[in-house]
Design a protein around this ligand. Structure first.
Ligand code: 5BU
Length: 282
């Protein structure tokens, strides 16, 4: 546990509501407002390959989440109608959309992948993310559409998978770029907060499940057969200072996804409230 505290900024000096008021990125501000209003810092990862299934699950879990995370390139019957329907559900339930595209090419190619092709991600996704392995140019490629449309960019600073090489200088570059330009780079994808909360950078963490490795009921160590590693919402939020937990199969793969969404929402929100309790007393 002490290594979590050494690595991550787990101690909060601001509530998420206070951070909304000062957030320099329009999508980030909206997200922090939604989180505070709906009392949910849970992002659902809608990793299904059938559009009807994604839409029906999105409808069911929408009241309990702040963000729908998509991988549109796995949708077998992708269409702009699908996107329009997902957007309508999101608007009705006060949810934003995050296409987990993980751009990783040179800036000009990333720009085309973001704006063009059959997906036209920039047009509908409030957030998208990028690796910085190719250098800072990828951010400049995404900048034009992001600034024009008020989108938020998230940089990958850490990954949840075993043996990840998103470490060392890659992590450092992502953190440096986010710290320098929070009006464009709304956040970091990481196991926990790599910057203090006054940096106006939102941290989102995948690899979260109530059956995470620190759960008393996890037997044996939680994960999947492809190297995914899980921690509980409590560890990600309280010990590692993350803001938003990203949960996929622990909800969409559950026998009752609505019940699982409620359980994850409650656990994540309670952990957040506990992590700011000292501020409200002060
Ligand atoms: P899961 O079903 O909760 O394991 O899904 C996790 C989701 O988060 C899935 O869509 C991944 O692509 C995504 N993810 C991740 O698991 N780990 C990472 O480091 C990053 C993204 Br970045």
């Amino acid at each position: 546990m002490s290594s979590d505290h050494d690595r991550y900024h787990h101690r909060r000096t601001l509530t998420l509501e206070q951070r909304a008021a000062r957030c320099p990125n329009p999508a980030g501000r909206r997200l922090l407002e939604i989180i505070s209003r709906k009392r949910t810092n849970l992002c659902i990862s809608l990793d299904m390959t059938d559009s009807a299934e994604i839409l029906s699950t999105a409808r069911l879990v929408a009241p309990y989440v702040c963000l729908f995370k998509t991988h549109v390139d796995i949708v077998a019957d992708f269409s702009q109608d699908f996107v329009a329907e997902l957007t309508a559900i999101a608007e009705e339930h006060d949810v934003l959309i995050f296409e987990d595209r993980k751009f990783a090419d040179i800036g000009n190619t990333a720009r085309l992948q973001y704006e063009a092709g059959m997906y036209r991600i920039a047009e509908w996704s409030h957030f998208t993310n990028a690796h910085v392995v190719s250098g800072p140019g990828v951010v400049d490629g995404l900048r034009g559409a992001a600034e024009r449309l008020g989108r938020g960019l998230l940089l990958l600073a850490e990954m949840s998978s075993a043996g990840s090489l998103v470490t060392g200088p890659v992590t450092e570059l992502a953190v440096e770029l986010a710290a320098r330009e929070p009006a464009l780079i709304t956040g970091l994808i990481a196991g926990g907060a790599l910057l203090p909360d006054t940096a106006d950078v939102i941290t989102m963490s995948p690899g979260v499940s109530l059956a995470g490795e620190d759960s008393p009921t996890a037997r044996p160590a939680a994960g999947d057969s492809f190297g995914q590693q899980y921690v509980t919402p409590r560890r990600a939020i309280m010990d590692r200072g993350t803001d938003v937990v990203i949960v996929g199969r622990a909800i969409i793969g559950a026998a009752d996804p609505v019940a699982a969404a409620k359980l994850h929402q409650t656990a994540a929100w309670q952990a957040y409230e506990q992590s700011v309790a000292h501020l409200q007393q002060a």
